[in-house]
Ligand binder design. Structure first.
Ligand code: BGP
Length: 452
């Protein structure tokens, strides 16, 4: 195994830091999004005060990299303007502490928590003005932390931001009428991401930067042509269109036809595609958790009706995305498909020919602290099987740069609050950190495969 392989773990600011709207942090769209969960996000796992101790544990595990996100509204409470010195200082200390421990920081610039002030000002990502504010923020981060940070992620799971109305700053679902705005927002986010890549290449020529997308292989439910076609369409409309734009600076003809059929007319400028071309990523980050099967869904009963989301799980006349009933699932119904990781890596590399960083992969469970131990054998099996497939992919010459487990300590789950834990380290009510069995498993894997 390559000595420079980034064996790491991942987290995000809003799911871990706590200190919600404290120490100068401004509000973000998470306030709209999380409803019942908001209280847990306000406290997180208090990473803000525990980061030194957590980094000690990372060092003990032998981690080579730690991916975390910067809270945009902790740095710029109103999204732009004057930086919040306390917030900047927090991230400087965190980055320095990682550097001291010889753990490579991988910084996600924006992971769901968009500043609410920008939504109020001009609607957020649905306005072209959002691009300039994102770049202003990136420019600040590159200049402030670029000496130490070599790896940057522009936007985490743009497809999910587009999918979940609250993440764009809309209060209500009712997405059919918002499709125009969602695809427009997606267009602006892609340009913003490309311009950030170009800016990073100018200011920090040695740095590596790319987006992180959520990616899952879609298998046709049967060998029937219509299911094979449906799987391709689902792939295009839920994830491929974003990668095509970011890596090939284009909307495929099929995607353009889809927009036309839906009467979606994107506001495009001739320069947009030039920007997209000039900001080619150095790598593609992928968050991989599970796979799905897809079958053709006839339109007879529901003419053109969609499921109430801009990028739906089903679209009449096109496809229905479902769980493969032959695969096991987590308690939350996410299928467990280690081979899917290798297939995802193969598919992405074949299409885009860029190195890949696995920015997230992990297993959510309700771990119980019993008899002084947390026995998380299901997580260990999940990680072991996925790492085996990762190694097979590397042996097939797919250039994978690193593997980041979601997550190092438990953090608050985006969909399921504090009941769903992913960490190698258990965090109890008093914020004590207790290594689970998977912590030792990962430590041994890194030691063995890295030859430490
Ligand atoms: C990804 C997100 C993470 C994290 C993870 C697990 O989509 O990038 O932020 O939340 O999924 O999801 P969940 O916590 O909802 O199970």
């Amino acid at each position: 195994m390559n000595k420079n392989f980034l064996w790491g773990a991942s987290s995000s600011s809003f799911q871990s830091e706590g200190m919600w709207k404290k120490a100068g942090q401004g509000p973000s769209v998470i306030e709209i999004e999380q409803h019942g969960n908001l209280q847990s996000f306000q406290i997180g796992v208090d990473f803000y005060h525990h980061y030194k101790n957590d980094i000690k544990l990372m060092k003990e595990a032998g981690l080579k990299a730690f991916r975390f996100s910067i809270s945009w509204s902790r740095v710029f409470p109103t999204g732009t303007g004057k930086p919040n010195a306390v917030g900047v200082n927090f991230y400087r200390n965190l980055i320095n502490e990682l550097a001291k421990a010889k753990i490579e920081p991988i910084v996600t610039i924006y992971h769901f928590d968009y500043p609410l002030a920008l939504v109020k000002k001009y609607g957020g990502w649905i306005s072209r003005k959002s691009i300039a504010d994102y770049l202003y923020y990136c420019n600040f981060l590159f200049k402030e932390f670029g000496n130490t940070v070599k790896y940057w992620v522009t936007i985490n799971e743009q497809d999910h931001i587009v999918k979940i109305p609250q993440r764009l700053g809309f209060k209500h679902g009712g997405f059919k009428e918002h499709m125009q705005d969602c695809y427009q927002a997606n267009h602006y986010m892609s340009i913003a991401s490309s311009l950030a890549i170009k800016l990073c290449h100018t200011i920090l020529p040695k740095a590596k930067i790319g987006p992180a997308v959520s990616y899952q292989p879609y298998y046709p439910a049967t060998e029937k042509t219509q299911d094979i076609e449906a799987a391709k369409t689902a792939n295009l409309l839920t994830q491929k269109y974003i990668l095509d734009l970011q890596c090939k600076a284009t909307y495929s003809k099929k995607f353009q036809n889809y927009l036309k059929e839906k009467s979606i007319h994107l506001k495009l400028k001739p320069d947009d595609f030039k920007c997209l071309k000039e900001g080619k990523p150095d790598f593609i980050g992928i968050n991989y958790y599970s796979s799905n099967i897809v079958k053709f869904l006839p339109s007879e009963s529901n003419k053109g009706e969609i499921e109430g989301k801009p990028i739906p799980k089903k679209e009449y006349g096109l496809y229905a995305i479902q769980n493969d009933p032959t695969l096991p699932t987590t308690k939350w119904g996410w299928t467990i498909d280690p081979k899917g990781l290798r297939i995802a890596l193969e598919q992405i590399y074949q299409q885009y020919h860029l190195p890949i960083l696995i920015t997230e992969n992990g297993y959510g469970d309700e771990d119980k602290f019993l008899g002084g131990n947390i026995t998380d054998s299901s997580r260990i099996k999940y990680l072991k099987d996925h790492i085996n497939e990762l190694i097979k992919a590397i042996n097939e010459n797919i250039p994978v740069m690193g593997y980041c487990i979601w997550s190092f300590t438990d953090v608050i789950s985006g969909h399921n609050g504090s009941d769903k834990r992913y960490g190698l380290i258990y965090v109890d009510k008093n914020m004590n950190r207790i290594p689970k069995q998977s912590f030792n498993f990962y430590k041994n894997i890194i030691r063995r495969l890295n030859g430490d």
